[in-house]
Design a protein around this ligand. Structure first.
Ligand SMILES: [Mn+2]
Length: 429
């Protein structure tokens, strides 16, 4: 295996941080021991945690309105994989990449899988794209895709999804994530029931093509690009569609795809209750589907989501095995730095959720002691778990200070000399 950054560079940077980290880890271990928590056990769970990164997140395309490329930005899937390998080498928390088609199309997928493996990476859920037209495409998606009124368009969307499954098989994936932009901008534009019928009929053809161990993850989104209605608008539509399609269909929750202030942690608990929680897209938002860095706006919500996910781990239903993925992209930071920061924010919330005293929480809930129930969560949320994460990373060969080490590597400056200049153009959704 050839990792992109020099192991010596990471070891050097770590050597300057080790003494302080050991002190902090020790202090935290004593604090946790007083409440009966063994810090090494938490560290082991943290080491086992991982989240996939999106191939498109390696570029600066997130804004809907303009793209401001940076020098050294990746221009194709091979360069995106290199950047994802840097993120994983430093964080040791992102060993999988979620590809997107047709954006990441190549002629040799077995070769791409090997190329990724040689850099310590595997492939996660495959994402289909029927929300924009491609050059030379026979039928436009301007009438929608899986729910289009036009049969030929629906068929084309079905075939694209089946092609994504075939690509995913070659890449070693086992999930197909389906998000459609289908919806309306005017009352009366489409019939709510008939458009859902068309979606379900087309989606069932995709479902029928899933290999035995595969899952189809349905991603709901309440608005954008359609602003009056969308076909799979919310978790209700999503779980109904997933139940109609069958056991291999699950729901995927993207944190930014809900109305403001919606109780997403409760949605997580509900989906899990019915064995339909299949995946997660982590990001953050202030107003809507902003795709901001995970935990940058509302880290407490992220913690509460993880509190439910840890509950789900403890009480698994129907093989609880969610596909965790970062789904963020914007144009004001180096995407590698953003994903390093987000992977850390996500893992921190997981670690804090592991620290919740479940017995105390359950007892307080059972005896209707509201304040102590709330405090069981609050106590865990306010603990600084950074030393646990840093120790886990360092022991796995990653960096204690991921951002400082990344900057010291001068990766982007070096790539700016090797890579082609990225063009301007529209962003992505
Ligand atoms: Mn998403």
């Amino acid at each position: 295996m050839t990792l992109p950054l020099s192991a010596d560079l990471i070891a050097d940077a770590n050597s300057r941080e080790t003494a302080a980290l050991d002190e902090d880890y020790h202090a935290l271990s004593r604090k946790l021991a007083r409440t009966g928590i063994e810090i090494d056990a938490i560290k082991t769970r943290v080491t086992g945690f991982s989240v996939a990164v999106p191939s498109w997140g390696a570029g600066r395309g997130g804004t809907r309105f303009a793209k401001f490329p940076i020098a050294g930005e990746p221009t194709n899937i091979h360069e995106k994989l290199e950047d994802c390998a840097v993120i994983n080498q430093l964080s040791r928390a992102t060993p999988r990449v979620s590809p997107h088609f047709p954006w990441d199309r190549v002629s040799d997928y077995a070769g791409l899988r090997e190329e990724a493996a040689a850099q310590g990476l595997a492939f996660d859920a495959v994402n289909s794209n029927t929300f924009q037209d491609q050059p030379g495409q026979a039928h436009s998606y301007n009438t929608g895709s899986l729910a289009s009124t036009l049969e030929a368009t629906r068929q084309q969307a079905v075939e694209h999804n089946i092609e994504c499954i075939e690509i995913g098989r070659q890449l070693g994936s086992r999930d197909l994530t389906v998000w459609v932009g289908d919806g309306t901008n005017f009352p009366g534009q489409q019939d709510f029931a008939r458009s859902l019928d068309r979606y379900l009929e087309a989606a069932s053809q995709v479902y029928a093509a899933l290999p035995g161990n595969w899952r189809m993850l349905l991603e709901h989104k309440m608005f954008e690009p359609a602003f009056y209605s969308t076909v799979i608008s919310d978790w209700g539509s999503s779980i109904l569609a997933a139940q109609e399609l069958g056991p291999k269909a699950k729901c995927l929750v993207d944190l930014g795809h809900h109305a403001p202030n919606v109780n997403i942690e409760q949605i997580v608990a509900r989906l899990h209750r019915f064995g339909k929680l299949g995946g997660f897209h982590f990001n953050d938002s202030k107003y809507g589907d902003d795709d901001l860095d995970s935990g940058s706006i509302n880290p407490h919500q992220l913690f509460l989501v993880f509190n439910e996910l840890v509950e789900a781990e403890l009480n698994p239903r129907e093989g609880f095995d969610p596909a965790y993925m970062i789904d963020q992209s914007h144009n004001v930071t180096d995407p590698i730095e953003s994903m390093l920061s987000s992977a850390e924010a996500i893992t921190q919330c997981y670690a804090k959720a592991l620290l919740v005293d479940r017995e105390a929480l359950r007892h307080a809930q059972q005896t209707n002691d509201t304040m102590m129930a709330f405090q069981a969560l609050r106590r865990a949320y306010t603990i600084d778990v950074a030393p646990i994460l840093a120790k886990a990373r360092a022991e796995a060969g990653g960096a204690i200070d991921v951002l400082a080490t990344y900057r010291a590597s001068q990766w982007r400056t070096r790539k700016a000399q090797e890579r082609k200049v990225v063009g301007l153009g529209a962003g992505i959704v």
